[in-house]
Design a protein around this ligand. Structure first.
Ligand SMILES: Nc1nc2c(ncn2[C@@H]2O[C@H](COP(=O)(O)OP(=O)(O)OP(=O)(O)O)[C@@H](O)[C@H]2O)c(=O)[nH]1
Ligand SMILES: [Mg+2]
Ligand SMILES: [Zn+2]
Length: 298
C-alpha cells in the first residue's frame, strides 16, 4: 500500500476506524457530505490531529448490499466470500437465506452456508430445510461453535485461509460466538472505538473487520443480524439466473422471456413437477419476483 493508504475495519455512518499500511488503527471521518464508505473499503487518508480524514475511496472489487423500497444498505466491500450462518434455534428464515445467496451471486461473491448449534435438537429441522441448498451445490458446513469449539475451528479455518469472509446471518445465529472462537484477540483488535459503538450490548450493531492471525492474510467480518433483506437493486429478469436450481433449467422454456409463473411449456415449472426443483424454492422465487416487479416507491 502506498503511504496514506488504509483499509476500513469498522464503519458506523460517517465515522470509521481505519487500519494503515503499518497496521496502526485510527479513527477517521469522511470529508464533505459523502457517507458511502463501508468495511473493507480501501481508502486514501490524511492526518488531522490524531484523527484521519478520508480523502477518497478506491474503486471496489465488489460490494454486498441490500435494498428495500426506501433505502439501500451496504454490508461490506472487497470480499472473497460470504458465510451465511444459520441455526435451528432461533429457526432461520429460508427467505432471508435465499436472499443472502442471491445478493452474493449478484455481487459475484462466493457463498457458503454454516449450520451452527448442531448440539441442539432443532438442528435436525434446519438440516432438512437446507437439503435443497446442498442439492443445488451450495457447501453447507455443520458445527457447534459453542458446544464443540475445537471441531468447529478445525472445520472452518481451512475454508477461511487466505480470504476475507463476511459473516452474515440472523440475530442469534452465533456470528459473534464464532468470531470469538476464531479470533482469540477479537476484543483487542477492535479496541475501544467499536466497544463504544457497540456500547456493551450483546448484539452486534456495527460491521467489524477481524484478522484471523498475525499474517493478516485472512479476515472475518462480523455484521449485525438483519430483519429485512430487500433485493430492489436487482433486475427482475436476472433473478432466476441467480438461483442455481432454477438457472439449471433456463433456456428450456417456450418463451424466451418466460417468468416461470404460469406460461405454457415452462421448463422451470416442469422441473418443479418432476421433483428437480424444491417447491419451496419456486415459491420463494415467485415471492421475490413479485417484490422486484412492484414499482419502486421513491
Ligand atoms: N447451544 C448452542 N448455543 C450457541 C452456539 N453458538 C452460539 N450459541 C449461543 O447463541 C446465542 C447467540 O449468539 P451470538 O454469537 O451473540 O449471535 P449473533 O449472531 O452474533 O447475534 P447478533 O449479534 O444479535 O446478530 C448466544 O447465547 C450463544 O451462546 C452453539 O454452538 N450451541
Ligand atoms: Mg453478534
Ligand atoms: Zn419458464
Amino acid at each position: 500500500m502506498t503511504p496514506g493508504a488504509a483499509r476500513v475495519v469498522a464503519a458506523h455512518g460517517r465515522h470509521v476506524l481505519i487500519e494503515t499500511a503499518d497496521r496502526r488503527r485510527l479513527h477517521g471521518h469522511l470529508r464533505g457530505r459523502r457517507a458511502d464508505i463501508v468495511v473493507g473499503d480501501r481508502v486514501r487518508w490524511q492526518c488531522a490531529g490524531d484523527e484521519a480524514v478520508i480523502e477518497a475511496v478506491e474503486p471496489r472489487r465488489n460490494l454486498l448490499m441490500r435494498q428495500d423500497a426506501w433505502r439501500s444498505k451496504s454490508f461490506a466491500a472487497n470480499l472473497d466470500q460470504v458465510l451465511v450462518l444459520v441455526a435451528g434455534e432461533p429457526p432461520f428464515s429460508e427467505s432471508q437465506l435465499a436472499r443472502a445467496l442471491v445478493a452474493a451471486a449478484d455481487a459475484g461473491i462466493a457463498a457458503i452456508v454454516g449450520l451452527n448449534k448442531t448440539d441442539r435438537p432443532a438442528a435436525a429441522d434446519a438440516r432438512a430445510r437446507l437439503a435443497p441448498y446442498r442439492a443445488m451445490g451450495v457447501t453447507v458446513l455443520e458445527f457447534a461453535a459453542k458446544a464443540e469449539p475445537q471441531a468447529a475451528r478445525a472445520l472452518l479455518l481451512p475454508r477461511l485461509q487466505g480470504r476475507s469472509t463476511l459473516l452474515l446471518g440472523p440475530s442469534g445465529a452465533g456470528k459473534s460466538t464464532l468470531i470469538n472462537l476464531l479470533v482469540p484477540d477479537a476484543g483487542a483488535q477492535v479496541g475501544e472505538i467499536s466497544t463504544a459503538l457497540n456500547a456493551g450490548r450483546h448484539t452486534t450493531t456495527s460491521t467489524l473487520w477481524y484478522w484471523l492471525g498475525p499474517g493478516h492474510d485472512s479476515a472475518l467480518i462480523d455484521s449485525p443480524g438483519f430483519q429485512q433483506f430487500g433485493l430492489h437493486h436487482l433486475e427482475p429478469t436476472r433473478l432466476a439466473a441467480l438461483m442455481p436450481d432454477l438457472a439449471a433449467h433456463l433456456g428450456g422454456c417456450r418463451f424466451h422471456d418466460c417468468s416461470h409463473r404460469r406460461e405454457p411449456d415452462c421448463a422451470v415449472r416442469a422441473a418443479v413437477d418432476a421433483g428437480q426443483i424444491a417447491p419451496t424454492r419456486h415459491r420463494l422465487y415467485l415471492e421475490l419476483l413479485d417484490e422486484l416487479q412492484q414499482p419502486a416507491r421513491r
